[in-house]
Design a protein around this ligand. Structure first.
Ligand code: SF4
Length: 378
């Protein structure tokens, strides 16, 4: 039995403690201008038998760690063994299993970018095998494209839900058609609505991702308003935001270099987020748990917490320009997690030192440097 299994490059932040099983490889679309993850990699549907072998390899690693725990005493408690493996894992698969077990061993995430594109009977077979082989798993989630979800028949999505698919994560990015076209997303607002509604109707929990700043200086207003309209129609369980990053390897990088796409600053993106939230009229839980977001504390259940979320934005916007700058730099270098951290004198001073070090005039760090600081986390 092999002691490793395939792992894809990414998973949503909320799946950090899930077992990762690579049911497909890379992205079936792979053309979005703002994405570099799978560029140059060919999409592959992995044979079901191959995916099952990976699930068995995951079980073998899990069983090996459990056996070690029994041998080492402490009534078979896994914690000590898992902590040791996390400090020095033999490979990434061991690390993933150890982390998964440490956090209860209940979640599994099927990689890569659009596993829903598998033939429905194949995906049902993978999910059932996964749950039978590792019965501690109670949550199975995956990424999907709206277009694929729009093409699936309602009975197919229901069959997936019955097999154990609990949540789909969809990159909505925007609900504004000219922006979706410009970014080569390969999806329209109507596709997003159809795909999203199909998922919601099947009983599978839906998380939609929005990219703040995607419209740049030119389309930010339409991006915010039209995205809210699409989300209101879908009414997903979760809306998660992340902020645009631009890195070499993304087609958008060239457009930023040649000036055809002009990025919004942090402060403009906060204004865009305000407009998005103001226009949301649905029952989703709004989450900002991505490292790229300036204001990660903007979180709550709509519509009840809307005022609370907008108040967090107002707190930032009512700061003096110097204090806003202090927060932006402090947040991007990792000193602050949220606005309330500015009350900590030591952290505030550290942010001031960072500004003095990173700016030419000792007072103002350029937007380019701030973008760079944000992007080094990605
Ligand atoms: S569909 Fe998702 S993974 Fe594929 S290119 Fe677009 S953003 Fe990237």
């Amino acid at each position: 039995m092999t002691d490793s299994f395939q792992l894809g490059p990414i998973r949503p932040p909320s799946e950090a403690h899930s077992l990762l099983i690579r049911a497909t490889k890379n992205c079936s679309w792979n053309r979005c201008k703002f994405c570099h993850i799978y560029k140059g990699q060919r999409f592959e549907l992995r044979p079901v038998e191959e995916v099952k072998k990976d699930i068995l390899a995951a079980k073998a690693i899990q069983d090996g760690l459990k056996a070690m725990a029994w041998k080492s005493g402490y009534g078979g408690s896994l914690e000590a063994v898992v902590t040791t493996v996390l400090q020095n894992p033999p490979n990434e698969a061991y690390f993933n299993i150890a982390l998964w077990l440490y956090h209860g061993g209940t979640g599994a995430f099927l990689q890569d970018a659009n596993t829903l594109i598998m033939r429905t009977p194949d995906l049902v077979e993978v999910i059932k095998f996964l749950k039978e082989t590792l019965p501690s798993i109670t949550q199975v989630t995956s990424y999907a494209r709206s277009k694929t979800a729009a093409k699936k028949k309602p009975e197919e999505l229901k069959a997936l839900h019955e097999a154990g698919l609990s949540r789909l994560h969809i990159g909505l990015e925007s609900g504004y058609d000219p922006l979706l076209e410009y970014m080569d997303k390969g999806v329209t607002a109507a596709d997003h609505i159809k795909g999203g509604k199909n998922v919601v109707a099947s009983g599978i929990s839906l998380c939609e991702y929005v990219v703040l700043g995607l419209g740049g200086k030119k389309m930010w207003r339409e991006h915010a308003v039209e995205t809210a309209k699409v989300l209101n129609q879908i009414d997903p369980a979760f809306i998660r935001v992340r902020t645009l990053t631009v890195k070499e390897g993304m087609p958008l990088y060239q457009e930023v270099q040649n000036g055809s796409f002009v990025r919004s600053s942090d402060e403009e993106i906060v204004e865009e987020e305000k407009l998005l939230i103001e226009n949301l009229d649905c029952g989703a839980y709004f989450v900002s748990d991505h490292i790229t977001n300036l204001l990660q504390e903007i979180e709550g259940k709509l519509p009840d917490d809307k005022d609370k979320m907008l108040a967090a934005i107002s707190r930032f916007q009512s700061l003096s320009p110097e204090e806003r700058h202090n927060f932006r730099v402090g947040r991007r270098v990792g000193i602050y997690s949220e606005l309330a951290d500015m009350a900590d004198e030591q952290k505030h001073k550290l942010a001031e030192h960072a500004i003095a070090k990173l700016s030419d005039d000792g007072k103002k760090v350029s937007d380019e440097t701030i973008y760079f600081l944000m992007e080094r986390f990605i």
